[in-house]
Ligand binder design. Structure first.
Ligand SMILES: C[S@@+](CC[C@H](N)C(=O)[O-])C[C@H]1O[C@@H](n2cnc3c(N)ncnc32)[C@H](O)[C@@H]1O
Length: 280
């Protein structure tokens, strides 16, 4: 009996691991190296228990079957890494307020401009809400502007969390006091709810960056931070090429602290710390 329980704790053999890794790579661009086997086994072990399956062989058969569509979505949700924070990599938001918005403002004229920002791979929403709070702070500079932020992620669970705009007390505590007081309301349970002024600037939607994009753009600014770190170079190259097409000429691209466009694309020039502008 004990042995059965042991076996049901799901050994992940080579063949099944490769099938799952290939499926994830094809669907999301996320590369799963051999070092990630324990991580995959742990994350998906929970799925197997929920589904009442006896092993990864059955799980792979389910994924490959006609009924596998829904489970492929669950698989993707289970393996994405969603770490994020409000005001993460604060130099980006400082540059935005000090240089980027004034530059866009000067190029478009003082009144009645249009500003489109895309937070691609927005996770649970901290990044687009930080952008939106910052834009609310710039309301004098952006008076009469038509401002919209599109926030997308492949993982449908995090998009739902982001759209709800409710955060645990510790997360809200990490936000500078002036922003917290102005833009959050505390709930009875201690969690914080994003205020309407901020929420109204953002549209949340599930979107796989590797598939077709329904929006036409063009965007003034794209944030795609700490997303491509999991992709191989050819996937990164295709994605940044599409970002360049989706940006206005001279548009701005912000990437994550450990990411770089060096030997990936020549369509952008580096203008700050992990800040780029489209040049082609
Ligand atoms: C580590 S989080 C980064 C969140 C935020 N941009 C930040 O820097 O704090 C990476 C996000 O990218 C998303 N992601 C990964 N592959 C994706 C894909 N192919 N399409 C869309 N989103 C993807 C994941 O679901 C995850 O929420």
């Amino acid at each position: 009996m004990q042995q059965t329980v042991q076996q049901q704790e799901f050994a992940l053999h080579d063949g099944d691991f490769r099938k799952i890794a290939n499926l994830v790579m094809e669907t999301t661009g996320i590369v799963i190296s051999d070092r990630k086997r324990a991580f995959i086994s742990g994350r998906l072990g929970r799925r197997l228990r929920t589904l009442g399956l006896s092993g990864f062989g059955d799980y792979c058969r389910l994924l490959e079957s006609d009924a596998g569509d829904a489970e492929r979505l669950m698989l993707v949700n289970a393996i994405t890494t969603n770490h994020t924070a409000f005001f993460r990599e604060p130099h980006h938001f400082e540059a935005l307020a000090a240089n980027v918005l004034p530059s866009i403002n000067a190029a478009q004229g003082q009144r009645g401009g249009r500003l489109r920002i895309w937070s691609a791979g927005c996770s649970t929403g901290e990044e687009p809400y930080t952008l939106a709070m910052l834009l609310c702070e710039q309301s004098a500079q952006l008076a009469d502007w038509d401002v919209k932020i599109l926030a997308t992620d492949l993982d449908t669970n995090v998009v739902a969390h982001a759209a709800a705009g409710i955060y645990d007390a510790e997360r809200v505590e990490s936000i500078p006091g002036n922003f917290r007081k102005k833009y959050f309301t505390a709930q009875a349970d201690g969690r914080g709810v994003m205020g309407e002024a901020v929420r109204s600037l953002i549209s949340f939607a599930p979107l796989n960056l590797l598939q077709g994009w329904p929006m036409r753009g063009p965007f003034d600014i794209i944030f795609c931070r700490n997303v491509v770190i999991y992709f191989d170079k050819p996937t990164q190259r295709r994605l940044f090429d599409r970002y360049a097409d989706m940006l206005k000429p001279d548009g701005w691209l912000f990437i994550g602290h450990s990411e770089s466009l060096l030997s990936v694309t020549d369509r952008f020039k580096l203008v700050g710390r992990t800040i780029y502008r489209r040049i082609k």
